[in-house]
Design a protein around this ligand. Structure first.
Ligand SMILES: Cc1cc2nc3c(=O)[nH]c(=O)nc-3n(C[C@H](O)[C@H](O)[C@H](O)COP(=O)(O)OP(=O)(O)OC[C@H]3O[C@@H](n4cnc5c(N)ncnc54)[C@H](O)[C@@H]3O)c2cc1C
Length: 498
């Protein structure tokens, strides 16, 4: 690939802008699946090449290029960016890192020359958060492996040309081994085709088909990925890299929300005044701008550490901070835009309304935020136990991901936390730690030369939000659901006198 990436990106952005400015036609609002004209024009630009190593004809799988491509795509279309994100981080990059030579030589040309798309199947109806307990199983056959089970919610169900399939080895008649194995399935071979048996009417992301799929396939022996130490380590490496790719998708998306919000509020006049001139509106706009800066800092950080040459299996804290904080910022950005646009935004055809539903599942897939924030907290508590110091301010100062931010938060974090805090407190704690880490990376981006006024705005805006979270973290509410029995008075009218 001799073309400079910067020249390629300009060409790519131009085609995308042109394509999506024609997309808001009423007849296409409710269309599901990838419109052929979008797919043809995008795949003609060969975006898969950024995730394929040079030795196989790609651009080299450089994280900065992958993140820039995702950023430009999500500015125009979040669903398309997610398709490319899945195709890269959940298929091409693991294949490049863990595939046999024969398999790579067979598969990559199909992405470079035939516009193929790949996806990943992990989740099963009974096993989402608890994915390691999956029941899809494999056994050796004469020519390879047979795989049986059920998978659902895999992006591009029924549409992907290739799947990365996960399964556990059968141990006896009923038992399965603990480890997870990965296999490539080529949908063009009927024996490897994963059949959708129930198509889902997903709430948003209309471009991406989802379904419940029956897995009853046989793949050749060289289609099994070769894990370094274990399949679970492979899965951690793969998922952590994918979580770090959220930064590209989030940055383009939040940038678009910001631009839409600025443009709308400048034009709209309410009670004789430009909406842009109201203080509450400025609060929202500055928060959007701050989140765009912070998200850009996540990109800068991810670009430095997430190449396939690095083993990310041990980087759960950093990866989990990316996933949770960025997906929360995406959802907040879309909610803020919808608030500013008002009723006009509450249409399926308007970018504000669509963005609310399109960005929402980012808080659910690849690990639910409620669970992952808890994991962030658990890891930080391990650090506190290691240094034998549960004073938050001192622990922040001694942790490599928060040390530079510690001084800024010293006054409000000089208190001890309990290592045995309840789960809801851990979730709050994870939220706080994730945001402080994000500010650390923002500060680093400032030292790299990013505009100082924007860095200061981001620091101030997020510090205020962290203060609010610290307030709730220190609150003592332990309320649980109260089962309602016949003796409870739960009728408001019975409480009214006369
Ligand atoms: C749009 C979309 C795209 C997806 N894409 C893919 C894909 O490409 N490939 C794929 O394999 N899968 C995909 N998924 C599936 C996704 O990864 C799972 O939905 C996710 O892991 C959560 O699993 P679940 O839905 O079974 O929820 P559950 O595991 O039932 O969890 C539901 C909720 O329960 C709560 N919860 C769960 N466990 C705990 C706990 N320990 N403590 C406290 N609260 C808890 C959380 O609030 C959680 O959100 C996708 C899902 C969606 C919605």
């Amino acid at each position: 690939m001799s073309e400079l990436f910067s020249d390629y990106l300009k060409k790519y952005q131009k085609v995308l802008k042109n394509l999506f400015s024609q997309q808001n036609l009423p007849s296409e609002e409710l269309q599901r699946g990838i419109p052929e004209k979008v797919l043809d024009q995008i795949t003609a630009l060969n975006p898969s090449a950024v995730s394929i190593p040079q030795a196989y004809g790609g651009r080299g799988s450089h994280p900065a290029e992958i993140l820039s491509l995702l950023e430009s795509t999500s500015y125009e279309s979040l669903p398309l960016s997610l398709i490319l994100g899945i195709n890269g981080a959940l298929f091409l990059e693991p294949l490049a890192k863990y595939g046999e030579e024969k398999l790579k030589n067979e598969t990559f040309p199909s992405f470079l020359n035939n516009s193929s798309l790949g996806g990943l199947m992990i989740t099963e109806p009974g096993y989402g958060t608890d994915a390691l307990a999956m029941k899809t199983s494999w056994e050796k056959s004469r020519s390879g492996y047979t795989i049986e089970g059920e998978k659902h919610w895999a992006g591009l169900s029924g549409r992907a040309d290739y799947w990365l399939m996960t399964a556990r080895e059968k141990k006896g008649s009923d038992e399965l081994k603990r480890d997870i194995d990965f296999f490539i399935c080529d949908s063009s071979d009927p024996r490897q085709f994963v059949k959708p048996v129930e198509e889902f009417s997903n709430l948003g992301l209309y471009m991406i088909p989802y379904a419940r799929n029956r897995v009853d396939i046989e793949v050749p022996s060289h289609h099994r990925l070769i894990p370094g130490k274990s399949g679970i380590r492979l899965m951690q490496d793969l998922l952590h890299r994918s979580r770090m790719r959220f930064s590209g998708m989030a940055t383009g998306f939040i940038h678009r929300m910001l631009d839409e919000a600025v443009s709308h509020t400048r034009q709209r006049v309410v009670s004789g005044k430009s909406l842009f001139s109201y203080d509450q509106v400025q609060k929202r706009l500055s928060e959007l701008q701050a989140d765009f800066t912070i998200s850009s800092a996540f990109c800068r950080h991810a670009a430095g550490i997430s190449s396939i040459d690095h083993d990310l299996s041990g980087k759960s804290l950093e990866a989990n901070v990316h996933k949770t904080v960025l997906s929360d910022m995406m959802q907040n950005a879309s909610q803020s835009l919808l608030q500013l646009v008002g009723a006009k935004g509450y249409k399926l055809s308007h970018i504000a309304g669509r963005s609310v539903v399109d960005s929402r599942p980012f808080q659910i897939f690849e690990g639910s935020n409620d669970v992952i924030y808890q994991q962030v907290a658990d890891q930080f508590l391990k650090h506190m136990a290691l240094i034998k110091n549960f004073n938050l301010s001192e622990a922040l100062a001694s942790h490599p991901l928060t040390s530079r931010m510690a001084e800024r938060f010293k006054k409000i974090t000089s208190f001890s936390v309990s290592p045995d805090m309840v789960q809801r407190k851990k979730v709050d704690f994870g939220r706080i730690l994730g945001r402080i880490t994000g500010l650390e990376w923002t500060l680093e981006m400032g030292q790299g030369g990013y505009d100082p006024a924007l860095i200061n705005q981001a620091l101030e805006s997020m510090t205020e939000r962290i203060q609010a979270l610290l307030g709730s973290f220190q609150g003592g509410n332990k309320a649980c659901y109260i089962p309602i029995e016949s003796g409870n008075n739960v009728f408001w009218r019975e409480t009214v006198q006369s």
